[in-house]
Design a binder for this molecule. Structure first.
Ligand code: UGA
Length: 386
């Protein structure tokens, strides 16, 4: 497939569509390629990088609905990383490659496992090889899912925090397809590690812990179908007046990190190649460890503060099998060790959950409220609609 390329906004024109040979001066800022730039994280990272003087960013994705137009120094390449030619061209001209592409949604792990494995592993192995061969720096976004159900020490005994270099990785049995994503992501981490250790690849692997913020996932029926991750699923319920569903009662816990703070940590990683070289780094906020039930209640409060006349939303419990289907499994508790991020990056997040929810709710209301109302009206008139 031939990639579609938008005009570079930094004034440079490509001699070959989308993939100019760039002569790099030693003083020029690095050219950064971002794979999956049009997704949730990319839509925050790319504008943050574009604010930097002399930014030279190649943003690659199959769609750019979430990314604003006209960012200085940002060139868009509409293409799939499944296309080997795309990876070849991108690694030919970028100094740093940041890989964000994923099917990061637990509703897909047990329903579309083969696609999840390809997106998390098969499609990315060629990228790792190319980065190693061409001496490109790779910053790869993995996942806290690799830790699995809960934190275990190497001897199998439980521990409180998930530590990059000490915690064992505790995935469930194979018929629990929930762990396809985690297993594929873990194997790619091992491939990256081996290329680093044996073939000189300069890499940093990031394990994000439940990053939330505006533009996360989709609202079912409006700009996507199926079940999004929990924040968007709860916002969908609030916008439509449906019940918020607590899977298995919502006792499972997550540590939430605000997306702006996460992006700030990524900028620190970009700026500190030497200390981050060959490292796996958790990025999360251990202070925001709450149950999903607490998240639901906090979100309801934030919503009612902005829509005081709305019907008071209800919480309803459903079994995981009824909600996600057979093969689902869950992380019971997921708290990052922050020690390495603090040590290597001098970074520590500060935003409590109660502070991050109001701007998130405001953003969802601004972007979706009228669209959800239109969709609801259309469903009343044509009940067959999804
Ligand atoms: C997902 C991904 O699999 C991880 O790779 C990723 O790192 C993580 O999100 C993230 O956002 O960083 P998970 O936290 O399990 O993992 O995904 P969510 O869909 O956000 O679910 C969180 C919890 O809420 C789960 O226990 C789920 O069962 C529950 N949930 C979800 C509900 O109770 N109700 C819902 O409507 C949706």
């Amino acid at each position: 497939m031939r990639p579609k390329v938008s005009a570079p906004t930094d004034g440079q024109r490509s001699s070959r569509p989308g993939f100019a040979n760039v002569t790099r001066s030693p003083l020029a800022p690095s050219r950064i390629a971002i794979l999956g730039a049009g997704g949730f994280i990319g839509s925050h990272l790319v504008p943050a990088l574009a604010l930097r003087p002399g930014a030279r960013i190649v943003a690659i994705d199959v769609a750019f609905d979430k990314l604003p137009f006209g960012l200085p120094g940002v060139e868009r390449v509409q293409a799939s990383i499944k296309d080997r030619g795309v990876l070849d061209a991108i690694t030919a001209r970028a100094d740093i490659v940041i890989s964000l592409t994923a099917m990061c949604n637990p509703a897909l792990y047990n329903t579309r496992p083969l696609e999840v494995i390809d997106a998390s592993y098969t499609d990315l192995v060629p990228l790792v090889k190319l980065c190693a061969e061409r001496k490109r720096r790779l910053i790869h976004l993995s996942t806290c899912e690799v830790y699995g159900r809960r934190a275990l020490r190497a001897d199998g005994r439980p521990s409180r925090r998930m530590d990059e270099d000490r915690t064992a990785l505790c995935l469930g049995p194979i018929h629990r397809e929930r762990w396809t994503y985690a297993a594929a992501k873990q194997l790619l981490e091992r491939v990256i590690w081996a290329y680093g250790r044996h073939r000189g690849l300069e890499f940093t692997v990031v394990r994000p812990f439940n990053v939330i913020g505006p533009r996360m996932d989709f609202i079912p029926g409006v700009d996507g179908q199926g079940i999004p991750r929990v924040l968007a699923a709860f916002m969908h319920a609030l916008l439509t007046g449906e019940d918020l569903v607590l899977v298995d009662g919502g006792r499972q816990r997550r540590s939430f990190l605000y997306v702006d703070e996460f992006v700030n940590a990524l900028l620190h990683i970009i700026d500190r190649p030497e200390p981050c070289r060959g490292q796996i780094i958790n990025l999360g906020n251990d202070k925001n460890d709450v149950s999903i039930r607490t998240l639901a209640r906090s979100l309801v409060c934030a919503f009612l503060a902005q829509r005081p006349n709305a019907r008071v939303p209800r919480l309803r419990t459903l079994t995981a099998a009824a909600f996600y289907g057979e093969g689902y499994d869950d992380s019971i508790v997921r708290i990052p060790s922050m020690a390495k991020a603090v040590r290597l990056l001098g970074w520590r997040p500060h935003m409590p959950l109660t502070q991050m929810l109001p701007p998130i709710v405001a953003d969802y209301l601004a972007r979706y409220e009228s669209r959800v109302a239109r969709h609801t009206r259309a469903r009343v008139l044509a009940p067959g609609l999804p």
